[in-house]
Ligand binder design. Structure first.
Ligand code: COI
Length: 356
């Protein structure tokens, strides 16, 4: 780790904007902390890691990320514990997943020391931006994009990796209405659905806009081949409690993002001796379970969304209401437990949090 620490150069802002921040009016993704981390890849190495005041970048309009989409990102959160110390949640999982995305998108890996030192030094400098208010956190966005100035279609030789951070309240304040997508597809076998490639989000915007116009917040994507099996909700993985079993789509098709919150919730469920099934789930099974009353809960899990309760699933023109569980329901208990772990308010038996 010391290699990168020694190398990171730091330019402190002269004008902190922290005083302008109001936790009560926070909108997800709109406010940015004082500093950002950058480093560039060239000739097989990462160069010039630095932290500078948050601000615009100057780039050629020809950089290949803008034209051919070599762009990937990650999302994680930092919280404050009662002593005011900053805790990051499972950051190495993000570094590993970023490198899995990089591999598939033919981009270079970001080494652990650069990722972790850039992240921790940035958070130390901007620790005042980690709001301790109820429901608030600092959303952390590492990302990488191709910067060759070249319009030929080929793998870029140069890249920029950056981390920016954004103080955030809850992504969804209320339970969400989701529409099962049966026309468009987000991902297909052999594609990049399991990565955090920027294009996976771009491709979802038009179908999501149509769903929004019909009154839904988001889409539940189904498999591209038959639109029969449930995959994920684009911004979050989906889970169902059917009878006494927690059921979620398996990752084996490689069309679904291996969510960190998904893994954390499954681990908590295992710790609580809950029955778990990771498998293919047909939309029809969920609709049948709603009709016969065995569908107890439906919820999305993701870094930005945390645990988002699903109140309605729209399928083929019909809205199916899902019960929102009380404080004894699995999703409510898991959400509270996860928040407590993230904020250092309960024992962290899996060593998920890292103090910076
Ligand atoms: C995250 O939860 O970090 C996501 O990827 C959602 C984001 C696109 C807002």
């Amino acid at each position: 780790m010391l290699e990168a620490t020694k190398l990171i150069s730091i330019e402190q802002t002269q004008h902190s904007r922290i005083a302008e921040l109001d936790a009560k009016t926070l909108v997800f993704g709109k406010h940015f902390s004082d500093h950002m981390f950058l480093t560039e890849y060239e000739d097989g190495k990462w160069h010039n890691p630095r932290i500078v005041p948050f601000g615009n970048l100057s780039m050629s309009p020809s950089i290949s990320a803008l034209h051919y989409g070599q762009a990937i990102f990650e999302g994680m959160k930092a919280h404050k514990n009662e002593k005011g110390e900053v805790l990051i949640f499972r950051p190495l999982e993000n570094q590993r997943r970023m490198n899995a995305s990089a591999h598939r998108m033919c981009m270079p890996a970001i080494p652990e020391d650069i990722f972790m030192e850039g992240l921790t030094q940035l958070l130390r400098m901007d620790s005042a931006w980690v709001l301790a208010d109820e429901g608030c956190s600092l959303y952390i966005r590492p990302f990488m994009f191709a910067i060759d100035e070249f319009l030929g279609v080929r793998t870029s030789n140069t890249y920029r990796f950056m981390i920016i951070t954004s103080p955030a309240g809850p992504y969804y304040k209320d339970p969400v209405k989701l529409k099962v997508e049966t026309e468009f597809a987000r991902a297909f076998e052999g594609g990049v659905g399991y990565t955090k490639a920027a294009g996976n989000y771009g491709v979802s915007l038009y179908p999501t806009k149509l769903a929004n116009e019909q009154g839904y917040h988001q889409i539940i994507w189904t498999d591209a081949r038959e639109h029969k099996y449930i995959e994920e909700a684009g911004m979050m993985n989906v889970m169902f409690v059917i009878g006494d079993t927690l059921v979620t789509p398996a990752l084996s098709t490689q069309t679904i993002l291996p969510g960190k919150t998904r893994d954390s919730v499954l681990t908590i469920a295992r710790d609580w001796n809950m029955k778990i099934e990771e498998r293919r789930i047909t939309v029809q099974e969920i609709i049948d379970a709603q009709k016969n009353g065995s569908l107890k809960e439906a919820f999305g899990v993701g870094t930005a969304a945390t645990v988002a309760h699903i109140s309605v699933i729209g399928f083929e023109g019909t809205d199916y209401a899902i019960p929102i569980g009380d404080e004894h329901s699995f999703s409510k208990r898991a959400a509270i437990h996860l928040t407590k772990i993230r904020k250092g308010q309960t024992e962290d038996i899996h060593n998920w949090t890292m103090k910076i």
